[in-house]
Design a protein around this ligand. Structure first.
Ligand code: ADP
Ligand code: MG
Length: 374
């Protein structure tokens, strides 16, 4: 996979840069969490300092599809350190490139339904006038969308630093020795988590389970989970998984309210923390309980704290996992600066993309960059 560093000469090159500005926004149009946006600065700095002409393309899914990046541009300016010009439609790109006046952002690409359809004609409109395409949005790379997939077939295409780093760090998790490798899986979207569990059954020392995923597994093992939330298709989802394997570790005790399991209990916290403290590599996705309510956040917090104490290399990912850790004021402890010996810490920008990558699936956005060719 070629990266922006492989581009021989960037001077005056017109670069279409796929970025990740898919952040939560308040009713007052305030960006709620900016770590994905700040991660885009490195590639933007690189391209601008090498005199490339950069137009960014991105989507935002927090707001309705008709919503616009327009009101967010001043905040992007502050976060990225560039005055960002705004281009309303794909059809205005040509005129802007002809009179280039600094980095610009194209309107929410998902306003056009042809984006999600990976429409080749739409991709052509997008690619016209550019010399180079760079994908720096790992989190959308599991999507076969026009600005991720089709457009890369029309231009010389490269990975940006975010994509390069995500792929390197997540590959490290897959390829590191089985002994000492611990996977922590929780959260609610069982269908996206089970493929990861399946892929790591032979590749990890222990897989610690919490959240609704644990409810699903316990239900299939024949445990009474009362009125707890579980996936209605848990039987199909879990087919082929060895539920009796000692690699899988399930909660022993719980916090229960109104006959519902809403968090892991203190015995489980202790057991999971011990395993985490003895690990050399940990990856965590998915809260242990309904952390949005303080009374059910204890288990999730305990995992975050155990990971911080552990000497292991650690990676966290998932929208809710990151917002949980952030709500405890602990996200900074997982940044590279808070890193430990081997490899250090990493917060993945990918939710679904991270899980798909860890499940061993081929991501369309990486495939078009030639990632699977070696
Ligand atoms: P992520 O975004 O980190 O991948 P998910 O989206 O899969 O995580 O799941 C997060 C959601 O799971 C949270 O909203 C949380 O309240 C919910 N959740 C976790 N455990 C339980 C539980 N036992 N019962 C109900 N909801 C739960
Ligand atoms: Mg989520």
């Amino acid at each position: 996979m070629k990266t922006v560093r492989d581009i021989a000469d960037l001077k005056d090159k017109k670069v279409l840069l796929r970025v990740d500005f898919d952040v939560p926004v308040s009713d007052k149009d305030e960006i709620q969490e900016s770590f994905r946006i700040k991660k885009q600065k490195e590639v933007l700095d690189y391209l601008v300092s090498h005199d490339a002409k950069v137009i960014m393309v991105a989507h935002i899914s927090d707001k309705s599809v008709d919503d616009s990046f327009a009101s967010l541009v001043p905040q992007l300016h502050l976060l990225l350190g560039y005055e960002i010009n705004f281009i309303k439609t794909v059809l205005e790109i040509g005129a802007y490139l002809a009179n280039y006046a600094g980095p610009a952002l194209l309107e929410n690409i998902r306003q056009n339904s042809r984006e999600k359809e990976n429409d080749p004609e739409f991709a052509k409109q997008l690619a016209v006038g550019f010399d180079i395409y760079v994908n720096n949005d790992f989190a959308v790379s599991h999507r076969n969308h026009a600005s991720v997939s089709a457009v890369a077939g029309l231009l010389p295409s490269y990975a940006g630093f975010v994509v390069e780093e995500e792929v390197a760090r997540l590959s490290e998790v897959i390829n590191s020795p089985k002994e000492g490798k611990v996977i922590v899986i929780g959260g609610a979207k069982t269908e996206t988590k089970v493929p990861v569990i399946k892929n790591f059954m032979g590749k990890a020392g222990r897989i610690l389970i919490g959240g609704v995923v644990a409810n699903d597994i316990m239900k299939e093992r024949g445990t009474d989970i009362g009125a707890s939330l579980a996936d209605k298709n848990s039987k199909e989802l879990l087919a082929g998984l060895d539920l009796a394997s000692s690699v899988l570790v399930l909660p022993k005790d719980f916090v229960i309210s109104e006959n519902k399991i809403l968090d892991i209990g203190q015995e489980t916290e202790k057991e999971y923390a011990d395993i985490i403290n003895n690990a050399s590599m940990i990856i965590w996705n998915g809260p242990m309980g309904m952390f949005e309510k303080l009374e059910f956040a204890h288990g999730t917090r305990a995992i975050a704290e155990a990971m911080i104490t552990s000497k292991a290399s650690k990676i966290i990912g998932g929208g809710d996992t990151i917002s949980a850790v952030d709500s405890f004021g602990l996200l900074g402890k997982f940044s590279a600066e808070g890193g430990s010996a081997s490899g250090g810490n990493f917060v993945s920008t990918g939710g679904g993309a991270m899980l798909a990558f860890l499940a061993g699936e081929k991501l369309p956005g990486l495939e078009v960059l030639g990632y699977y060719e070696q």
